[in-house]
Design a protein around this ligand. Sequence first.
Ligand code: F6R
Length: 239
Amino acid sequence: MKLHILSDAKAVSAAAARHIADRVQAGGVKVIGLATGRSPIAIYELLSAEVAAGRLSFADVTSFNLDEYLGLSAENSASFHAFMQRHFFSKVPLLAHHIPDGMAQNPLAEAEAYEAKILAAGGIDLQLLGIGSNGHIGFNEPGSAHDSRTRIVTLAESTRIANATDFAAAEDVPHYALTMGIATIMSAREEVLIATGPAKAQALRAAIKGPISPDCPASVLQSHPNLHIFADECAASLL
Ligand code: F6R
């Protein structure tokens, strides 16, 4: 595990964006796993700027997002489809990009098909991750099995509350989502975890220092052979 502790969120974004850009430039990332949420927004901005300046290209990179709410269409501004379009896909051409379809008629079949697409693409070279204040990665809430694959999950109330700012009303936050599983995430050849702000301090401590346990889904990353954590001093304050 490589732990990079930076002064603040801005420095975390700069370091993580540089790390990802270097990997892509070196040709080591043909398939990238992407995350939504507040943590990666500045990273996407920095990567988009590099692409606009002609210093970086994702033209031969295929992406797979971690998750999507069930029942939200790509047109819904709170969907992760819309988030990715806003922050990255509208600015950065990729070979292909994939997000689980929250409107799938048959979400079980969609989950299986998503796993198959990742496999067919050759697996994920680098997976970008945020961490929930309850230790979730993707939408794998506490209790998620380590052998879980892409599936339908029920969101924890704390997750619904944390994400409510993206919706007109708190009750609009969906209760269900499709997410890559813990085993799907762990199959990536490299993991890049971002944690910023005091609200992530407990979760980061449990993830890094605690036992590897489904109680803190991110703790499974301790057993990944190629893990980079970028944290600011607030998030790292309990380490
Ligand atoms: C996002 C995702 C989540 C977030 C996590 C942190 O696709 O799967 O695990 O990474 O909830 O969210 P932020 O960055 O908003 O604190």
